[in-house]
Design a binder for this molecule. Structure first.
Ligand SMILES: COCc1ccccc1-c1cc(O)c2[nH]cnc(=O)c2c1
Ligand SMILES: [Mg+2]
Length: 217
């Protein structure tokens, strides 16, 4: 058809969602994934846990690795306080382009910055180029073998503080064994595993891991 799945999803959102209404964008995206085409959104049970974390933590500075079409970026940002910000990194230019449109459709372009670069390169520049001092929330949802690389980089950059939350998707499917071993073995985190359904699949189980940073600042 010449269009990509992500472009078809965006078209559906533009035709069916209410402009400027994040809840409508998310509901419409869920409807698309349930009725038209599956997409790898941190939705349903995963999204509910994410909502709970954001509402309880009330983070000021959030970092998401793996924007895809912007579903979880909108899900996070819709619950942020007025001055709070989300930086989301997407290495794939086609995904980043769609995500920027979805963020605009939700009316959240003032809270969300989509960066189309490699996550490691951006993490190294968060303090100098992106005016970040500390990260209150990190959401890992990009390539699973990069979770451990990037969390170590975030620690090296001293971007976490006591109480910062690192939330990781897909720790069962596709799985992030190295990351789980690392984070659960580290004295600097208190980790909790949640068994959840895989997005939009009632007969498949996945897992998400919530880790609270308790280490030295
Ligand atoms: C394109 O693969 C889709 C797929 C197929 C089978 C199993 C898992 C996944 C999957 C699920 C997710 O939530 C994901 N989240 C972020 N980056 C991913 O690559 C990713 C992959
Ligand atoms: Mg995921």
């Amino acid at each position: 058809k010449g269009t990509t799945r992500e472009q078809r999803a965006l078209k559906y959102l533009k035709e069916h969602a209410r402009q400027g209404d994040p809840d409508s964008v998310l509901e419409t995206f869920d409807e698309f994934c349930r009725t038209q085409e599956w997409a790898m959104n941190a939705a349903e049970e995963k999204g509910d846990i994410l909502d709970e974390i954001v509402r309880e933590l009330q983070p000021t500075t959030c970092l998401e690795l793996g924007t895809y079409c912007g579903y979880s970026a909108v899900r996070i940002a819709r619950n942020l306080s007025p001055s709070a910000r989300l930086i989301t990194i997407e290495v794939n230019p086609d995904y980043a382009a769609v995500a920027r449109e979805v963020v605009k459709l939700a009316g959240l372009q003032d809270k969300i910055e989509v960066i189309n670069l490699d996550s490691a390169d951006v993490i190294r520049e968060l303090k100098t180029k992106y005016d970040v001092t500390k990260l209150d929330l990190v959401f890992l949802d990009h390539w699973k073998y990069l979770y451990i690389r990037d969390i170590k980089l975030i620690e090296e950059e001293k971007l976490l503080k006591k109480g910062s939350v690192v939330f990781a998707d897909n720790v069962i499917i596709p799985g992030a064994p190295g990351y789980l071993e690392y984070i659960r073995g580290s004295k600097n985190y208190k980790s909790t595993f949640y068994s959840v359904h895989f997005e939009y699949m009632d007969d498949m189980k996945d897992g998400v891991e919530k880790s609270v940073y308790i280490g030295d600042e």
